[in-house]
Design a binder for this molecule. Structure first.
Ligand code: GN1
Ligand code: MG
Length: 370
């Protein structure tokens, strides 16, 4: 194990590091909290970046610095207080290079300020969903005019055409001999492919923009203060240009499912319209001002797209013999696939009601600004 004290010593932090211990339970990066001796000096978060998944660490860290600098500028312009708790701060190296990461023995490390008195949650009620919606909408709104060009830290991450191509490749190879067993699910998914790839076609026709999105909008990627107010959005590794559907759809995929994504109890899987309504209301409050009519009219599509994309990704991995997602038993990816298909079916039933709800909210917003 690397000497963490030697690594933190390379960064331009305030105070003397005295204690370094593991923090949180992230699945991708390794995270530590660094406490300092002086009471007035902040604590820090030291992270090893998983460069097997994020192969372009330089591009990734440039994205994050551009985004956090822009958010800090916006907060300062608004006259916000407590800015250090409302946006992450990455610490440069002492070597004067200006870089915010270092590579030692093939491992990449970075340091940010620890945000004190802040909390995250794994499940949400309608109230937190509304706040999460507003916070993610706000995050996108503040980044609309970012001058930097960001890289895709995982190329084609949420590109549905690409995910279907991967499924097609898996079907052709049938590497694990599992195709016959899942053929009915393959057919069921493929009959929706035209509808589900519409975002890519609209993008090529210049009718749909890409914007800077978070692309991992699980609720536990948001920090709240002790009073339940949103402080900031964290886990910025996947921040990249994408359709706004990524943030809107992936939150609902995780938060509005009555069951966990790998629950085998398919009869209990349902899409929670109370979470949908609360999240959408919060999101439109902060995002309606910059969204185009096309983006707004496709929000129900976004809600369907993400369980669909996830079903395609899980099924692809099952057919390939479980090479991407961690599994704990042989049918795990198949169970996940069935769960996401069931969620998709529940969403499809609710789409007319979603459209009505969004139309009504937009009418309210238009009236209130008259
Ligand atoms: C992966 O490991 P986690 O939960 O952060 C995946 C997401 C999927 C999710 C499904 C880099 O995210 O895209 O939605 O699993 N992340 C990557 O649970 O592939
Ligand atoms: Mg993550």
């Amino acid at each position: 194990m690397e000497n963490l004290q030697n690594i933190i010593a390379l960064f331009d932090i305030e105070g003397t590091p005295v204690e370094i211990s593991p923090l949180g339970n992230g699945l991708i990066n390794d995270t530590y909290i660094v406490k300092t001796a002086e009471p007035e000096a902040p604590s820090y978060v030291l992270q090893r970046i998983n460069h097997n998944i994020f192969t372009n660490v330089d591009g990734l860290q440039n994205n994050i610095v551009a985004v956090t600098n822009h958010l800090r500028k916006k907060l300062a312009e608004e006259g916000a207080d407590d800015i250090d708790r409302r946006v992450l701060t990455f610490i440069p190296l002492k070597d004067g290079s200006g870089k915010t990461y270092t590579c030692l023995d093939g491992n990449y490390w970075r340091v940010s300020r620890f945000i004190p008195d802040a909390f995250t949650f794994d499940t949400v009620d309608a109230h937190y969903s509304r706040m999460a919606g507003e916070a993610f909408g706000n995050f996108q709104a503040q980044l609309v005019d970012i001058p930097d060009t960001l890289v895709e830290t995982i190329p084609d991450f949420h590109n549905m055409e690409f995910r279907l191509k991967q499924l097609d490749d898996a079907i052709k190879a049938n590497a694990a001999g599992r195709l016959a067993e899942v053929q009915p699910i393959v057919d069921d998914l493929l009959r929706r492919s035209e509808y589900m790839t519409q975002a890519e076609r609209l993008f090529r026709d210049k009718k749909l923009p890409k914007r800077v999105c978070h692309c991992d909008t699980k609720v536990n990627n948001m920090m709240f203060d002790a009073d339940g107010n949103v402080l900031c959005v964290i886990d910025l590794d996947t921040v990249m240009p994408s359709f706004i559907f990524s943030d809107y759809g992936d939150f609902l995929r995780t938060a509005a499912n009555t069951e966990a994504e790998d629950s085998p109890e398919l009869d209990k899987v349902e899409f929670r319209m109370d979470i949908f309504k609360a999240f959408t209301e919060g999101y439109l409050k902060s995002a309606a001002g910059f969204l185009t009519d096309t983006e707004i009219s496709l929000l129900p599509y976004a809600a369907a797209l993400f369980p669909y994309m996830q079903a395609v990704r899980f099924l692809t991995d099952y057919i390939n013999g479980d090479t991407y997602y961690k599994t704990t038993y042989p049918e795990h990816n198949l169970v996940r696939t069935r769960n996401q298909v069931r969620l998709l079916e529940s969403i499809e039933k609710n789409m007319p009601e979603m459209t009505r709800f969004i139309d009504a909210k937009m009418a309210e917003i238009a009236n209130s600004s008259k």
